[in-house]
Design a protein around this ligand. Structure first.
Ligand SMILES: Nc1ncnc2c1ncn2[C@@H]1O[C@H](COP(=O)(O)OP(=O)(O)OP(=O)(O)O)[C@@H](O)[C@H]1O
Ligand SMILES: [Mg+2]
Length: 263
């Protein structure tokens, strides 16, 4: 079953006199439970594509054209109120730097519970707390009760990213968009987070759009991959095929630059 269909997504800035295209005619689909990698050099349009899918583009500064159908709705056209119903519920996003995404003055537990406050008002305080603790455990944080009462600065970077994942997953989304989720972490922690995401994909059947400039990570996590350059897709297919026999010159160069063994 298809859960996401992006058709001819084009994103323009209109800060300048002439509109500048940052994303041009990007089209792809995602199936339920699929892990799709999105790679490409810095500035190729990966994050803008992700933000558009999540309904997070600043509409004032940017013009987006085309279609992004998620759950039967066009994310580019539905009103803000409907977007907010989907965000953090059916669809969640995690970013590179969890410190900026977390509120430094709020205890971890409350932040993990936040999506439930918004989207599952029927839950009692105790039920919400139980769910948050359960998720802190599912993301493999030891002593969830202690983490629940901690503030972000009391945790390591890897722990904070686990908290972000718990908060993104607590309402059982169908699609998780992970934009460079491990880039700020050291290699060992990176590997643990990748394994965690794969386990969640398997157990919770959540589809993951995994964005990274690191091809070796994408190779480990995703069955299919999209390669972007200058705002356009230059190649897409099964990760194995794209990596073993890239067709486009740009992909060949990217693949040639992957270090042999990472883990
Ligand atoms: N707020 C903005 N104002 C003007 N230009 C922007 C803005 N955000 C992004 N851009 C431009 O849009 C293009 C695509 O940016 P985007 O952030 O999607 O790239 P990316 O592939 O995610 O790069 P990275 O790997 O560095 O995260 C870039 O050329 C960038 O300079
Ligand atoms: Mg980016």
């Amino acid at each position: 079953m298809k859960i996401l269909s992006v058709k001819d997504l084009t994103i323009e800035f209109h800060d300048h006199k002439l509109p500048e295209r940052a994303v041009e005619k990007v089209s792809f689909d995602m199936d339920e439970g699929e892990v799709l990698g999105l790679v490409g050099e810095s500035g190729s349009g990966k994050s803008l594509t992700a933000m558009a899918i999540a309904g997070l583009l600043p509409r004032k500064r940017l013009n987006a054209f085309g279609e992004i159908i998620f759950e039967g709705k066009d994310m580019l056209k539905i009103p803000r109120s409907e977007l907010r119903e989907l965000q953090g519920d059916e669809l969640s996003v995690i970013f590179q730097e969890p410190m900026t995404a977390l509120n430094p003055t709020m205890r971890i537990g409350k932040q993990v519970e936040e999506p439930l406050f918004i989207h599952h008002k029927e839950l009692s305080d105790a039920e919400r707390k139980a769910k948050a603790l359960d998720w802190l455990e599912k993301v493999e944080l030891h002593d969830p009760e202690r983490v629940y009462h901690s503030y972000p600065h009391e945790l390591s970077g890897g722990m904070r990213q686990r908290v972000m994942i718990a908060s993104a997953m607590v309402s059982d989304p169908k699609l998780l968009i992970a934009d460079e989720p491990t880039t700020a972490l050291d290699v060992t922690v990176q590997a643990q987070i990748i394994k965690l995401l794969l386990r969640l994909n398997l157990k919770q059947k959540v589809a993951i759009l995994f964005i990274s400039h690191d091809l070796s990570l994408v190779k480990q996590i995703s069955e299919n991959v999209i390669v972007m350059q200058n705002g356009s897709i230059v190649e897409k297919g099964k990760t194995k095929d794209v990596f073993d026999s890239p067709v486009e010159e740009y992909t060949k160069k990217l693949v040639a630059a992957i270090p042999e063994v990472r883990f």
